[in-house]
Design a protein around this ligand. Sequence first.
Ligand SMILES: [Fe+2]
Ligand SMILES: [Fe+2]
Length: 363
Amino acid sequence: MYSTTATAPIRVTSILPKRGLRLTSLRCYSNTACSSGLRSGGFFVQNSNGHHRSQQQTDNKRVFSTTPRTQIKEFFPPPETDHIRDLESSWTHPVFTYKQMRDIKIAHREAKTWSDWVALGTVRMLRWGMDYVTGYKHPAEGEEHKLPRRFIMDERKWLIRFIFLESVAGVPGMVGGMLRHLRSLRKMKRDNGWIETLLEEAYNERMHLLSFMKLAEPGWFMRLMVLGAQGVFFNGFFISYLVSPRTCHRFVGYLEEEAVITYTRAIQEIEDGKLPKWTTMPAPEIAIKYWNMPEGHHTMRDLLLYVRADEAKHREVNHTLGNLNQQTDPNPYVAKYKDDNVPHPSKGADVVRPTGWEREEVI
Ligand SMILES: [Fe+2]
Ligand SMILES: [Fe+2]
């Protein structure tokens, strides 16, 4: 997740001498380049030693770092290559309209089977543990003003939460995709389209993480926590997926319900003026390119709207996959249907079914 390329110390922006810097070029790079630990877009400035740095980094973008300012490093530095100009992704993000993103709602799928209850119970336990350890409290509706001062969130606290959660969120899709891939090889049978959706979800979650990483660089403690969480969660999810993939998809569906709640609250706080630094702050270039954010919608609030819409899609996809026969059913999100006149699952936000599609509707 954190490639050495991506974190290689290219230059400490705050200690670079102002003199001897010169603007060398204006270059645009794709989201893939950014996601691969290569360049992000924007101006690059070269100092007298030939080191490059992004002009954006010198602006007000990484003010919420948990690392002392003098130790902040350039992320996604330019590649050292004479021949490569850019990279291309196989996955382009579906276009979300502003209305579709505003229409995303908090939702909950009722637990009906023992497998659902195991999934829901695990998510609730993890959420409680995470909130307890990090000192986070979600106020009941209408009781926000009663929240003790220590639980009031600011931009920095939100970012730390987002980064930690996104670093974990990228695991399930990769594990699910990997295990289905291996099963297909092992059993010499086709997968029926699940693998690419699961891997795409993992890619999407990683893009969430990388977008937030352009705003803050976690310190060693945070990195240690992420490392520990990844080690435990990857192995736990790996074994659970071997035992019951259906429960795992339901678990991710419930996890994404929580993600939608979290981002909805953050968006509300921006709109209420409680996060003043984010009201006008521009979203990172990597995010603008990945979501193809239209002109006039480049703020942090817009970024969170896009991320929330993605989480809502993951919520729907995983609840739907949790309703299917894991061995034989095709993936409804890549299926071509016989009757195009009725709504079907889609990758975009044009058709949204927060609690998932039932098997009888899609197979
Ligand atoms: Fe995410
Ligand atoms: Fe997600």
